[in-house]
Design a protein around this ligand. Structure first.
Ligand SMILES: [Zn+2]
Length: 57
């Protein structure tokens, strides 16, 4: 295991729903129409999904 990591791996992003800051490597992500949304966890992901309603079922 190397302790070296790129800046990208250590990048901190904010959850698109609750704005909590999380490491990008631990974030869930979903491609939206014009950007990639990031979430701290499934709860926020589900919430975002409902609000954006991208699933057509
Ligand atoms: Zn969140």
């Amino acid at each position: 295991m190397s302790e070296e990591s790129t800046a990208l791996e250590n990048e901190i992003i904010a959850c698109d729903v609750c704005m909590k800051e999380i490491p990008k490597s631990e974030a869930r992500s979903e491609e939206a129409s014009e950007y990639v949304a990031h979430f701290c966890g499934l709860e926020c992901y589900d919430k975002w999904k409902q609000e954006n309603n991208t699933d057509e079922e």
